[in-house]
Design a protein around this ligand. Structure first.
Ligand SMILES: Nc1ncnc2c1ncn2[C@@H]1O[C@H](COP(=O)(O)OP(=O)(O)OP(=O)(O)O)[C@@H](O)[C@H]1O
Length: 295
């Protein structure tokens, strides 16, 4: 339902200035559109360099939008002030880089109080509730320094920090890629809990198997463009685009030997690729446009 839409991207593009003196342009994201609704996890899936982080950063207003609009609750996010971050927060791949090693890790929680709720009563109860929500034992994390905590604990602390703000949308950018397998599942289950609480979650990953585990809908990104999107079950059971089929062919499946799987061979011959310079020579990161082609 339209009123359930939290985040909407409409023909969003990002062009970076690259090369000596910024003389060349790189179209990292082109005409991307999708929505995230309340109580929904949407996976944004694509290989390295497909533009996932650029999109996450634009949604979080960490980098400017070159074209198109991003709206939150119907309002263009570029017009929103600091209050935006009370509703939308991001968590990133490397939890260690979000902490200052010379301070206890829970300083990230205190900073939220100082910045947003300087006169809040019952702060320690709120902290205890947020830690419980992310299944952290306060005794094991409060007062500890980042190096005394695991990557999974730090990642959960960052999600607790977002929950203290009572956010409505979480942008989770490769949050499990630095975690070991069992912690990874714990964090994915946590995303499912957030969804059950009515939050919207944008789960950015290069790993299709993680996407299928957690998300309701999937957006497949290639070279800055959406090649396919829809309900996750549909994308996984009946992928329409050859690129998605190739991505799926590289995901291990229970009970199937690698030899039984279609070998991931890249795009079939003849798949049209238009490059930034219009030559069709897709080299490295320069290719920016894949014509939508249904097989
Ligand atoms: N600040 C920047 N300046 C110039 N080019 C950039 C910048 N950030 C990203 N790019 C380029 O934009 C394209 C998309 O990068 P982006 O990091 O968004 O992809 P990604 O899908 O998140 O990849 P990864 O998973 O490896 O982080 C790449 O070609 C990248 O080199």
């Amino acid at each position: 339902m339209a009123e359930d839409v939290l985040l909407r991207l409409d023909r969003v593009s990002k062009v970076y200035k690259v090369g000596a003196f910024g003389g060349r342009e790189l179209a990292a994201v082109s005409d991307v559109g999708f929505e995230v609704r309340r109580g929904e996890v949407v996976s944004l899936i694509g290989e390295s360099g497909s533009g996932k982080s650029t999109l996450a950063r634009m949604i979080l207003r960490l980098t400017s939008v070159s074209g198109g609009t991003i709206t939150f609750d119907g309002t263009d996010v570029s017009t929103l002030g600091r209050s935006y971050y009370r509703q939308v927060q991001g968590v990133f791949q490397d939890p260690f880089s979000s902490f200052n090693p010379i301070f206890p890790a829970d300083r990230v929680l205190t900073m939220i109080r100082d910045q947003f709720f300087p006169r809040a009563a019952g702060w320690s109860e709120r902290v205890a509730a947020a830690l419980e929500d992310v299944r952290l034992d306060p005794g094991q994390v409060l007062g500890k320094y980042p190096h005394q905590l695991s990557g999974g604990q730090l990642q959960r602390l960052l999600i607790a920090r977002a929950l203290l703000l009572d956010i409505r949308l979480l942008v989770a950018d490769e949050i499990t890629s630095m975690l070991d397998a069992s912690t990874r599942i714990d964090v994915l289950n946590l995303l499912a809990d957030l969804k059950a609480r009515g939050l919207g979650v944008l789960f950015v990953t290069h790993d299709l198997s993680l996407g299928t585990y957690v998300s309701d809908r999937t957006v497949v990104l290639r070279q800055g463009r959406v090649v396919e999107s829809g309900p996750t079950t549909q994308i996984f059971e009946r992928p329409e685009h050859p690129y998605t089929r190739n991505l799926l062919a590289s995901v291990p499946r229970l009970g199937a030997k690698w030899a039984d799987e279609a070998a991931p061979t890249g795009l079939p011959d003849g798949t049209p690729v238009v490059t930034a310079d219009g030559t069709g020579n897709a080299t490295g990161n320069v290719a920016t446009h894949v014509t939508e082609e249904k097989a």
